[in-house]
Ligand binder design. Structure first.
Ligand code: SF4
Length: 203
């Protein structure tokens, strides 16, 4: 929701205030759903032999299962996390949280599409890092957000620091204040409008 607001307040208004749902491409959605499902079973140590994957899904699964991060110790899978920042609750549902023997924690996020362009600025990164920082024992060695592209095998790792924590708390506080002030936002056409599913009703 925060990413949508950051991208375009009008889009946020259509989607979350007026509850107008844009259609999603079913095939892309299904591939993502299947990869996330098999990954959750695998990390919980459950039997994955009943999964029948398409050729495309099989290639993605092979990339994920061979990732060094994916084979660390599982802490949480498909788990809801939340934290209070400046009087407001933020939260989300993470794909997985894993750790190594050195108490380095990694929030894993599998992308069947592209890893966000500036992942350190992405609100998914920001929210999950802030939430897990509050959730973990204080003696953790490091906390990281790790994007894994199951399409290309690319990995982007963002390490949480005290400087980032301050920056992220300020950013979240600012955007929540902006959302609270939102009424019917003025439309400002940008390059993003060309790919926006709301473009036909956005006049
Ligand atoms: S068409 Fe453009 S202005 Fe309208 S909601 Fe989409 S991105 Fe925002």
């Amino acid at each position: 929701m925060l990413n949508t607001f950051h991208e375009c307040p009008v889009k946020y208004f259509f989607k979350y205030v007026r509850n107008i749902q844009a259609p999603v491409l079913e095939n892309t959605f299904l591939v993502g759903k299947n990869i996330h499902a098999i990954a959750a079973y695998y990390l919980k140590g459950q039997d994955i032999s009943m999964f029948e994957l398409s050729e495309k899904e099989r290639l993605m699964w092979d990339i994920l299962v061979k990732s060094e991060y994916f084979n660390l110790k599982t802490v949480r899978v498909e788990s809801t996390v939340a934290a209070q920042i400046a009087g407001s609750w933020i939260g989300g549902r993470l794909d997985a949280l894993v750790k190594n023997d050195n108490n380095d924690y990694f929030i894993l996020d599998y992308k069947t599409g592209q890893i966000p362009k500036n992942p350190e600025e992405n609100f998914q990164t920001i929210v999950y890092l802030l939430c897990c920082d509050k959730l973990l024992p204080s003696e953790y060695n490091s906390l990281n957000f790790t994007y894994i592209s199951v399409k290309t095998g690319d990995v982007r790792n963002i390490k949480f620091t005290e400087i980032l924590k301050k920056e992220y708390e300020e950013k979240v506080t600012r955007i929540i204040e902006d959302i609270k002030r939102l009424h019917e936002p003025a439309i400002k056409r940008t390059e993003l409008c060309k790919l926006c599913p709301y473009s036909k009703i956005c006049v």
